[in-house]
Ligand binder design. Structure first.
Ligand code: LLP
Length: 413
């Protein structure tokens, strides 16, 4: 049984009907399944039993404190990319020794915060960053734990906005330069070299690019060994693709098998930074139909969630299935599902075959647990949605809906 299923014609989140969630908390509301998140985590962790390693949940996918706590309790570490994410994982009780800090633009304040917290390692992405990190560590009198993010120059089919592992991208440094940075780091008493990192992109469905990337970071680690520097961690990043429509999700078992074959008999510990894989299919967005507009050319279903609540369709052309919360026999129609914002780009689906819905009906937009709420904005001064966690029959409000007053906080007329 999946977390979101019909029983018998009512869409449920775990054991309770979503109509009652909408009645209690209003719409639009993000609903997450505790069971689905934990099942996703356990599936990944069980695939890693043969390889000693650490799952560092990529916080950017969904940074709600309750979800961070849930994953921490399950055993996850964290991959962070900002001081804000660091503060969040610490608030959720993270062990700093299980936190890796990625990102091309770390500021002095963020480095200082990471050093003060005692994180596992900074994944350094440029010579300038390494230099600054060394200076901050010197000022603090405590060595900075570093790995260098290698850009392995592998092509991985995905949306161009989330492809990161080629030389044309801003991320990481080429292998030669990485070795040069490691030489500098190894010579400095203010830095301790802990790993080699990479991250080739997001929503990747093929195993091979990951294995190529692993081969590349392994060869860097081996080159470091001959230079007399041993690293403990090989960080493969995240990017493991899931199913949104009819695509085959990444064959995680095949990837783990390939990784195990490469790492067996070595002393390296594997780090992976999954985001979407852990939370993507564990969330839906509940929205209510406001109006149905029919013109000669097109049908529009106007709902109370817009591009400010869920950016992915307009930002990446992403597909999210949209289903009625209460199923009843109806005709089908082809329609655009659109929000209330004043932009033509404000759509959640285009030319989609939909049930013949009416004003007041509830819809659920599926597979929005990752990069849903976190990308939401207040555009067209719209309060961001509520977030709710379901667990069996229980429903917990894990972030209240913003109020219009919140949107004006700190401003003066
Ligand atoms: N590690 C690093 C260094 C990353 O930059 C990312 C994602 C991840 C791990 C996690 O990737 P995941 O396992 O979730 O694919 N907003 C886009 C996705 C952006 C991904 C950015 N980096 C979307 O909605 O598809």
């Amino acid at each position: 049984m999946t977390a979101f299923h019909y029983h018998p014609d009512q869409l449920c989140g775990e054991d309770g009907p979503l109509t009652s969630v909408a009645e209690r908390f209003g719409t639009p509301t993000y609903v997450y399944s505790r069971g689905a998140i934990l099942a996703n985590y356990r599936r990944l962790a069980s695939g890693l039993t043969e390889i000693p390693g650490l799952i560092c949940y990529s916080v950017k996918a969904n940074s709600n404190l309750r979800i961070l706590s849930l994953l921490r309790e399950a055993g996850a570490g964290f991959d962070i990319v900002s001081g804000g994410e660091l503060a969040r994982v610490l608030r959720a009780g993270a062990d700093p020794e299980r936190v890796v800090f990625s990102g091309v633009g770390k500021t002095v304040a963020e480095m200082d915060a990471g050093l003060a917290a005692g994180i596992l390692m900074f994944n350094v992405e440029s010579a300038g960053e390494l230099e600054l990190l060394e200076a901050r560590a010197r000022a603090r009198g405590k060595p900075a734990p570093v790995s260098v993010r290698v850009n392995p120059d592998v092509v991985a089919a995905t949306h161009p906005y989330v492809s990161t592992g080629q030389i044309i991208h801003k991320f990481g440094v080429p292998t030669d330069e990485a070795l040069e940075l490691y030489r500098r780091a190894a010579q400095s008493k203010h830095m301790s070299v802990r790993g080699v990192a990479c991250h080739i992109g997001s929503q990747i469905l093929e195993v091979e690019p990951f294995l190529k990337a692993m081969d590349e970071i392994l060869s860097v680690a081996e080159a470091l060994r001959t230079m007399g520097t041993d690293v403990e961690f090989l960080d493969l990043g995240g990017g493991y693709g899931i199913r949104y429509a009819d695509e085959q999700p990444l064959a995680m078992e095949r990837l783990m098998y390939g990784l195990a074959a490469r790492l067996r008999g070595t002393t390296y510990r594997l780090i992976i930074e999954p985001g979407r894989t852990l939370v993507g299919d564990a969330g839906v967005l509940l929205t209510r139909v406001l109006y149905v507009k029919q013109s000669q050319q097109k049908n529009f279903i106007v709902v109370d969630a817009g591009m400010n609540d869920l950016m992915r369709p307009t930002l990446y052309g992403s597909y999210h299935e949209i289903v009625p919360v209460e199923q009843r026999p109806t005709e089908k129609l082809t329609a655009d599902v659109v929000g209330p914002l004043c932009e033509t780009g404000d759509f959640l689906a285009q030319d989609r075959e939909m049930p013949d819905v009416r004003a007041g009906d509830l819809l659920a937009i599926l597979t929005v647990g990752a990069y849903g709420y976190v990308l939401a904005s207040n555009y067209n001064p719209r309060p961001r949605p509520a977030e709710v966690l379901v667990d069996g029959h229980e429903v917990e409000l894990i972030r209240p809906r913003e109020r219009v007053e919140d949107l004006m906080a700190g401003e003066v007329p």
